[in-house]
Design a protein around this ligand. Sequence first.
Ligand code: APR
Length: 175
Amino acid sequence: MEKLIGQTRLVLTQGDITQADTEAIVNAANSRLVGGGGVDGAIHRAGGPEIMAECRKIGSCPTGEAVITTAGRLKAKKVIHTVGPIYRGRPEDPRLLASAYSNSMDLAAKHGLRTVAFPSLSTGAYGYPLDAAAKVALQALKQGIEKNSDKFDEVRFVLFGKDAFEAYAEALGRI
Ligand code: APR
C-alpha cells in the first residue's frame, strides 16, 4: 500500500526490517544504545558487531533523538538509531514519538540517504498502543517528507504482522 507525497513514495510493507534494501534502516533503540530484543536485537544480530562498536563510541541517545552508525553486514548503507518513548499515557508521549520520526528523517536527509525503512517505533516493548502510534507516525513522516521535499524517493514502513499493517493502513488513509 502506498501514497505519493510530492515526489516521495510513502510505502507500507510487512516483513523483517533487517531485509530492507533501503539506504537507511531505522532501529528502535534504547537511550543507552546497548541493544535489546525486537528490532534492536534483529538489527544487531543481522548487521554484526561493527554496529555495536559504533553505538558504544556514541554512548547514548536521549528519547526522541536519533544517531547514525554503519549498517555493518546489512544491505543498507547506514542504521539510524532512534529512541521512542516508553508509553505512559502522558501528554509528552506523542510529542516524543513524533520527534523520534522527524529527527530520524532529518538525519537521513543530512546524510543524503534517499530511501529509508522505519519500524513501528515504541509499539513493542515500549507498549505504545498501535492505533495511536500509527496516527502519530504517519503524520510525523508526512511532515518530515514535506519539510525535506526533494530529499527522499521512498519512505517505507516495515511492519511485523497483520495487526500492525492494518493499523498503519488505516492511518495512511487519513493523512
Ligand atoms: N522487523 C520489523 N519489525 C519488527 C521486527 C523486525 N525484525 N521485530 C519486531 N518488530 C516490531 C514489533 O512487533 C513492534 O511492532 O517492531 C515494533 C517495535 O517493537 P520493539 O522492537 O520492541 O521496539 P520498541 O517498542 O520501540 O521498544 C524498544 O525494546 O528491543 C528493545 O533495545 C530495545 O529497549 C528498546 C526497546
